[in-house]
Ligand binder design. Structure first.
Ligand SMILES: Cc1ncc(COP(=O)(O)O)c(C=O)c1O
Length: 437
């Protein structure tokens, strides 16, 4: 169990341990010395002991444009004073404007939106749509995926520890994820893609009727440790998915809204058009919004009633709209690209200095180190990831961990990170690496 030496944090931890699900206290990021946050402003977070942190993890890639961002917060407060909730029984202009925005910023075939309150619900909606539209049931997902915490989404999630409750649905199958660093053989890019494609074909042939409802993937696996699909991956798998009658569902819960740099949607880097896309996290800078966007054909296949009480409510729509407007007006996808290049360049230099950094990967402001035992075996070393998170925290920088083996360090500054903060963050990561070497 976690302990805290600071008095206010200790008192809060004791209360948390008494009344909140016990596992939550074991999952605290800085387990040995937890942090209790008090407030935030833009790039800064402040804990209850008065310490100030530069935030390079954004509450797991969710605070996209800074804590208490003035424009987003003002839009939320103004709407809160005007109207909180009416339900889907009445027309709400803000929901329409947000749906128009979704159609504008996602690939052009995608036109209709359905709003919910989380990534889990956005993904649930996506598979419900795919099954309704195709009349097929089986779904193919990727190993190391994370999709949420409903029963179906825990089944979709391919990380053993996150699959709770013993309720598993045999219609969801997992193929090899495109995790090049952990592929044991020396092969060309083309041969590696052939291998992944063959695995998908064989999965469909051996574990389904030959017909599938969908293939669902994150372009960069977030919880999986920022595992980036190779450039031609989606182009290669798409025809196989289509031949099996399936739809392509792309989960942009972590990669969406400019996170990967240059484009607002991560999948645009891969040059394919999904049938359905899902969003949450950074879409509303921390407010509870999930969105599923789909083609007209898919949308029109739903003929029965479906309702999310809170989904698309005026306040969350005002927050989501203010967030996307802020991202567009300030060209934050471009900022993510250029600041991401700076960060990545520095990380590549760090890799040259430390043999326990096995891999550097990511795109835009979604970059990771994978730590290994430096003996050529690529044995994951989760202790290094924990140590670096703690060392950076002591120096005033918040980072995240991830990956199936918890040996990945995830770095994801807010999309509006500026040059000075990026330089400071890099300096702290360099110093923290020295601390743990
Ligand atoms: C890629 C991805 N999809 C779905 C989810 C589930 O989102 P939520 O926690 O909002 O239900 C997450 C959450 O981390 C995620 O990373």
């Amino acid at each position: 169990m976690a302990t805290a030496t600071n008095s206010k944090t200790q008192a809060l931890l004791a209360r948390q341990e008494k009344y909140l699900l016990p596992i939550m206290s074991k999952m605290l990021l800085h387990g040995s010395e937890p942090i209790a946050m008090s407030h935030g402003k833009d790039q800064w977070l402040f804990d209850v002991e008065g310490n100030k942190y530069l935030d390079f993890f954004g509450g797991i890639l969710t605070v996209s444009v800074g804590h208490a961002n003035e424009e987003v917060t003002n839009a939320t407060i103004e709407q809160l004073k005007k109207l909180q909730h009416t339900s889907a029984l009445y027309i709400n202009e803000l929901t329409i404007i947000m749906a128009e925005k979704m159609a504008e910023v996602t690939p052009k075939g995608l036109q209709y939106s359905f709003f919910t309150n989380s990534g889990t619900e956005a993904d649930e909606t996506a598979i419900m749509l795919a099954r309704s539209y195709t009349g097929n049931t089986d779904i193919i997902a990727l190993r190391h995926a994370y999709s949420g915490r409903s029963s179906a989404m825990m089944t979709m999630t391919a990380h053993g520890p996150w699959r709770l409750g013993n309720v598993f649905d045999g219609t969801i199958k997992h193929v090899k994820n495109p995790y090049r660093y952990r592929f044991p053989l020396e092969v060309s890019d083309e041969e590696y893609l052939d291998y992944l494609v063959d695995d998908l074909k064989e999965m469909i042939a051996t574990t389904t009727t030959g017909k599938i409802a969908a293939f669902m993937a994150e372009p960069i696996q977030g919880v999986g440790g920022f595992v980036v699909a190779p450039k031609d991956y989606f182009k290669r798998i798409l025809p196989i998915v289509k031949e099996a009658g399936g739809l392509l569902i792309i989960d942009e819960v972590q990669t969406g809204w400019g996170r990967t740099g240059k484009h607002l949607c991560g999948i645009e880097h891969w040059g394919v058009e999904p049938d359905i896309m899902t969003f949450a996290k950074g879409i509303a800078n921390g407010a509870a919004v999930g969105a599923t966007v789909m083609t007209p054909e898919v949308a029109k296949s739903i003929t029965g009633p479906t309702l999310s009480t809170f989904g698309g409510n005026p306040v969350s729509m005002a927050t989501a709209l203010a967030t996307i407007n802020y991202i567009q007006e300030n060209n934050l996808a471009d900022n993510a690209q250029s600041q991401g290049e700076t960060l990545r360049g520095a990380m590549e230099d760090m890799k040259k200095q430390y043999d326990f950094i096995g891999d550097v990967r990511g795109m835009g402001l979604m970059q990771a180190f994978e730590f290994v035992v430096p003996d050529g075996s690529k044995t994951p070393d989760p202790s290094k990831a924990s140590a670096l998170v703690d060392a950076a925290r002591k120096r005033g920088l918040l980072l995240g961990k991830g990956g199936l083996y918890s040996n990945t360090l995830r770095i994801a500054p807010h999309l509006n990170v500026n040059t000075n903060d990026m330089a400071d963050g890099i300096e702290i990561i360099e110093a923290a690496l020295k601390d743990i070497a």
